[in-house]
Ligand binder design. Structure first.
Ligand SMILES: [Mg+2]
Ligand SMILES: [Zn+2]
Length: 182
């Protein structure tokens, strides 16, 4: 079995001005490459992203695929491999089963890649990321990048407790690596 880090996309890996979908707007956040390189010795990477901009008609599914390809190829240039990008194209009103905090894609990836969930981590900047990770049985890190600062109070009031709150991606990666050495 392999260990995975489940990654949110927007606000976690890349800058997000809101429903980001234009390749021209693609920009990795601080510490992402360095952090992923640190983690790549022990973990595979799976991206799980809510893309309700599709369901809302803000952009197309094709726009999202182009953006995802840009992300995957830019990371590949840095010798970082993303195994798969799972995405939910629905709006919250559609009440689908694939939108975070639903755990469907964690379970799909578990089967597809033979992942040991208990030894895996989730990194995301929104309480629904942390909630998905906790419900699925991973360890979780809440990031203060992206939407993280804005929703920190909501997270603190909720029953969802991340294992760690990190100020950026590199700090999150370093925390995970430190746990391995314990
Ligand atoms: Mg996000
Ligand atoms: Zn969905």
């Amino acid at each position: 079995m392999v260990k995975a880090v489940f990654l949110d996309r927007d606000g976690t890996l890349n800058y997000d001005p809101g429903y980001v979908h234009k390749v021209e707007d693609f920009k990795l956040l601080y510490g992402v490459i360095e952090g992923l390189r640190l983690l790549s010795k022990e973990f595979i990477f799976i991206v799980i992203t809510n893309q309700s901009g599709i369901g809302r008609g803000i952009h197309t599914e094709k726009d999202m695929h182009k953006f995802n390809e840009k992300l995957v190829s830019e990371l590949k240039k840095e010798s970082v491999e993303i195994k798969k990008v799972y995405y939910c194209p629905h709006t919250p009103e559609e009440l689908c089963k694939c939108r975070k905090p639903h755990t469907k894609y964690v379970m799909d990836a578990e089967k597809e890649f033979g992942i040991d969930i208990k030894k895996s981590w989730l990194i995301g900047d929104h309480p629904h990321d942390t909630e998905m990770g906790v419900k699925a049985g991973c360890k979780t890190i809440y990031l203060l990048t992206g939407h993280g600062k804005k929703h920190l109070d909501d997270l603190k009031k909720s029953e969802i407790k991340p294992d760690f709150i990190a100020k950026n991606f590199l700090e999150a990666a370093e925390f995970i690596v430190a746990q391995l050495n314990d």
